[in-house]
Structures are given as C-alpha cells and as structure tokens.
Design a protein around this ligand. Structure first.
Ligand code: 5GP
Ligand code: ZN
Length: 114
C-alpha cells in the first residue's frame, strides 16, 4: 500500500522512533509545532478516526493509542501538561490518511485551535 505511515511503521522509511510495540509506533513529527511533537500511529492501516467503528478491537486500539500518548508524555517529562489531537478528514486538517494521534508539549498551547 502506498501509505507514508505504513512505510514508516514497517521501517521502509526512517523516522525518529520514540516507542514501538506490537500494535503501535510513535515517532517525532518531521515538522514539529512544539518542542515535543510526537505522532502515535497504529501499525495496522486505518484511514482515519472516521473509519473506527464500535468493534471491541477498534475500541481497544483507540484506548491503547491514548494510553501510549500518556505514557510517552511521562517519559518526555511533560509535567506541565500537553495537547493530544486527532485531525480527521479535510475539515479536521488531516494531511496523512493513516490514523495518528499528535502529542504536543513543551510550551503552553492556545485555545481555540485555528
Ligand atoms: P495531519 O496533518 O494529518 O494531522 O498530520 C500529519 C503529520 O505528519 C504532520 O504534522 C506532518 O508534519 C507529519 N509528517 C508528514 N510527513 C512526515 C514524514 O515523512 N515523517 C514524519 N516523521 N512526519 C511526517
Ligand atoms: Zn497506512
């Protein structure tokens, strides 16, 4: 499949990996928007959050990705807090069509987002 994050997950394209297990990989964003900007990505290809249904597998995977973000935030010493974002579809600003969770930290975030 011609998918950037599938290629990163398989190792075909290099990335600055911070974590990996059987279900997910986390690596530093190539164009960081904060001092810490990490993408948490399922190894399985899922186009976006909009494709996630109500199956137990989907729920377990989503829970796993969010729990990993919290674990990585601790290992990155984001004790002042952080932002987790899942951009979905054109209006959500999604540019890579493989589900991913952004973990942003190391500076104060603004609200509302643009
Ligand atoms: P989206 O806009 O889909 O929510 O987020 C996609 C993210 O992937 C962007 O923040 C972008 O900087 C990042 N990105 C795009 N291509 C690459 C790449 O080749 N390597 C890494 N590490 N990040 C990438
Ligand atoms: Zn993919």
């Amino acid at each position: 499949m011609d998918c950037l994050f599938c290629k990163i997950a398989s190792g075909a394209i290099p990335a600055k990996k911070v974590f990996e297990d059987d279900q997910a990989i986390a690596f530093r964003d190539i164009n960081p928007q904060a001092p810490v900007h990490i993408l948490v990505v399922p190894k399985k290809h899922v186009g976006s959050l909009a494709e996630m249904g109500g199956t137990q597998d989907d729920k377990a995977l989503l829970g796993h990705l969010l729990a990993l973000a919290a674990q990585i935030a601790r290992s990155e010493n984001l004790s002042q807090g952080y932002r987790t974002v899942v951009n979905t579809g054109p209006d959500g600003g999604q540019t890579v069509d493989h589900l991913h969770l952004h973990l942003l930290g190391g500076r104060a975030m603004h609200w509302p987002p643009g």
